[in-house]
Design a protein around this ligand. Structure first.
Ligand SMILES: NC(=O)c1ccc[n+]([C@@H]2O[C@H](COP(=O)([O-])OP(=O)(O)OC[C@H]3O[C@@H](n4cnc5c(N)ncnc54)[C@H](O)[C@@H]3O)[C@@H](O)[C@H]2O)c1
Length: 253
């Protein structure tokens, strides 16, 4: 699928991996719609990118608000071609910690945002994509979800996060199969460790320690590398139904 003249919805598009994707897609001629909770960052990015960028203050778990926003995108741009899902939350809590068993509501919240929130938006986008005419590659749309290497190698304290990302990874193939009839692809990127606002606050020393397990190059990933990969997936019609690691070879201990 071509990015030029496409319409993209990018959840979590105001920060980190999502923000880099918003910038990249916009630079390649896509009309970008940022779906994010962070009003301050979202509005700032919308203003900076100017034309062909619109910010929507959205919680991906809120179904009525999401439906309204998708209708607003349709009203403004008349179509949706691409949906990249980067909205996500992390949590550090063990199954059984010093203060007792894992809090159930916090477990549910992570599943709600990372897994159900991702599915919520992609199912609504797919409905609109299915109405697009076929493009020159016989495509109508593409969905890219964001899992994590924690889906496969979750560490201590990552039970909720790993479960949510495992779900995101596992649903990739059935979604691709479900939507094949409509000429819509579904792929999933499983990032390793990327230098986003989540990590920036940890300081240089901690980042260096984290980077030591990366095989090559020995550094955290740059969000632009994620955005570049997402744009390559969009443009290569034969990539479908796969969970693809982007991790410098890291395997979490
Ligand atoms: N940074 C990494 O190393 C890394 C590694 C593996 C996976 N990931 C995943 O990549 C995605 C992006 O991570 P990031 O590092 O860029 O994080 P980030 O915190 O920089 O960005 C996440 C964005 O999602 C938004 N968001 C959170 N909850 C939301 C909700 N309910 N509705 C709408 N927006 C919401 C936040 O406002 C934020 O702008 C996440 O799903 C994360 O789990 C990140």
């Amino acid at each position: 699928m071509e990015l030029k003249d496409s319409v993209s919805i990018i959840t979590g598009g105001a920060s980190g991996l999502g923000e880099a994707t918003t910038r990249k897609f916009h630079s390649l001629g896509s009309k970008v719609c940022i779906f994010d909770l962070d009003n301050l960052r979202g509005k700032k990015l919308e203003k900076e990118l100017g034309e062909n960028c619109e910010y929507f203050c959205i919680d991906v778990c809120n179904e009525p608000v999401l439906i309204e926003a998708i209708n607003a995108v349709m009203y403004r741009f008349n179509k949706i071609n691409i949906n990249v899902n980067c909205a996500g939350k992390a949590l550090a809590e063990k199954t059984l910690g010093k203060e007792g068993s894992h809090d159930l509501s916090r477990f549910k919240k992570i599943i709600d945002v990372n897994l159900i929130g991702t599915f919520n938006i992609l199912r609504l986008c797919a409905e609109k994509m299915a109405k697009n005419p076929l493009d020159k590659n016989h495509e109508r749309g593409i969905i890219i979800n964001t899992a994590s290497v924690a889906a496969l190698e979750g560490q201590k304290g990552q039970v909720a996060y790993a479960a949510s990302k495992g779900g995101v990874a596992a649903m990739t193939l059935p979604i691709a199969r479900d939507l094949a009839r409509d000429h819509i692809r579904c792929c999933c990127i499983a990032p390793g460790l990327f230098l986003t606002p989540m990590f920036e606050g940890l300081g240089e020393e901690v980042c260096e320690a984290l980077a030591k397990d990366v095989v090559f190059p020995k550094r955290l990933g740059d969000p632009n590398e994620f955005a570049e990969y997402a744009s390559q997936i969009v443009q290569n019609t034969y990539i479908n139904g796969s969970v693809m690691r982007l991790d410098g070879g890291i395997r979490l201990a």
